[in-house]
Design a protein around this ligand. Sequence first.
Ligand SMILES: [Zn+2]
Length: 628
Amino acid sequence: MTDILKLITEKLHGKIKEADFEGANIVLYTNNENFFKEGEPKIKEIVNEIKKRVELRADQKILPDKETVESQIRKIVPEEAGLTNIIFDYHRSIVIIEAKKPGLVIGKQGSILNEIRETTLWTPQVQRSAAIKSQITENVRSVLYANNTYRRKFLNEIGKKIYKEWNPEKSNIWIRLTFLGGARQVGRSCLLLQTPNSKVLLDCGVDVASSGKDKFPYFDVPEFDISQLDAVIISHAHLDHVGLLPYLYKMGYKGPVYMTPPSRDIAALLSLDFIGVSYKQASKPLFSSKDVIEMVKHSVCLNYNEATDVTPDVRLTFYNSGQCLGSSLVHLNIGNGTHNLVYSGDFKYGKSRLLDPAVNTFPRVETVVTESTYGSKNDILPPRQKSEEELIEIVNKTIKRGGKVLIPELGLGRAQETMLILEDAMKSGKLEKIPIYIDGMIWDINAIHTAYPDFLSSRVRSEIFQDKNPFVSDTFSRVGSFQERRNVIEGGPCLVLATSGMLVGGASVEYFKEFAGNKNNSLIFVCYQGVGSLGRQVQDGAKETRMVVDGKEEKVEINFEVNTIDGLTAHAGRNELLSFFNNMRPKPKRIIINHGEVSKEMDLSSALYKLNRVETNVPRNLETLRLR
Ligand SMILES: [Zn+2]
């Protein structure tokens, strides 16, 4: 037994049957019923002493059988909570209660949960069931349940590694950060953080707009050894940050991946879609659904503001980054406060309908790695209001002349934002009553949104709580089959939201082929178009392109109206980037710029240097910076 577990069991002489790690948390199992019910003050004492999370559970031996417990729970939980499922994790003495209204299962100050715990001796956990049925969330959860035994062992192993070198003192360590991808480019974000005790990967993305080796981070370098990797941390579930994660598991990685619960579900969904798109493009997918399951099995999820140790000297906290559902700023406390790094992934420092703005107040911060997608002086985004009006105007104009509108969307984040704008405009009469079709993965991702309202803006959250869920509005029709898609293509004026956002595979490409030739139609770009993507070529004014139509390569003429609305992007514009740092507390000493085209990164770097008088860097891929 590891020293710390021994120390705790000895303190609780004889009352603890077993002690285990669950990641960085410590779980104690007791077969003494009284101690289980009354031992809480003793446990609090220990928590205060070691400053780690400790949970007391009942040992399997004293647990009542499942049928009894299930009927007790059904009696205790009020009817209105909308119980949907009760799942037993026997190996961890946990009972998971899924309900439409989790708040009612928890009760005032946890009163109902406490009653369940005392009555059944099982440790209850509550999960929200999605308002729209989410197949992927259900599948992800069932993979986790099916692997309970494995998970208990796996989480215990993580804990052993974390506590092996456990040292509560501030340590005098070196820290290095290597850019394996995402430096001076948008796409394949991947950074390797190293200390004497840790090797941690931050993000593991693909560059969907590139081809060949350039699609992937530089994994063929000496400092990257998959067998030495301690942890992977994912900032959010866009493919440029998570797309290659299942591949790591295919290559034999068996360690944990840390992310928020919605990021886990969306990453699983996008990865499975990525496999499908590869097949459609007649290329061999990089990984299989088996590898996606491995990813889910090894996921460790954290909510915002919930800190956990990931290695002996790295402590992780996620903060809201305002970019898409579950997206995070990654805060790393390295060496017990020796150095604090904030890695931004992507962020938005402005209010959107869907999300609150990115957090920029931290307990401590010395170094920030920031994105710079819209970092140049010219990237002043128009006000949201104006952008929303522009969107509505283009749609109205197109419909009036009998055309169809295509908006290629990233499935995650922007599509939901656009939906909220359209729904609102139609309700208030600014937008004509027209059919709005949703094709591709957007619908599935809507469902995931309804499973995790705690990650949404306060306004949308309260709408969902009051059963006025905007994502189930009858303004939107789902296109679910090939025939339904034909009907939309052959039908009258309408608006189509379809993935992918850069016209690289997916439903949007199918509509593009059909709509592009007719000058009455319109295309509206609302998200970033990667260099090399079809979207970027069209945005830059291409008049024709070659595409596969009905199995043959053909010339497709681009006659329709092409519009770009920058103000609706999920990224921070230039002004938001500057004010994010201007208002940041505390002030960082160093800002490292990545995730941008090179000229934008340079431009942002010099502006941040002048405004904040801090060291700024614009590293290249493969460069290593010493943080300390
Ligand atoms: Zn990104």
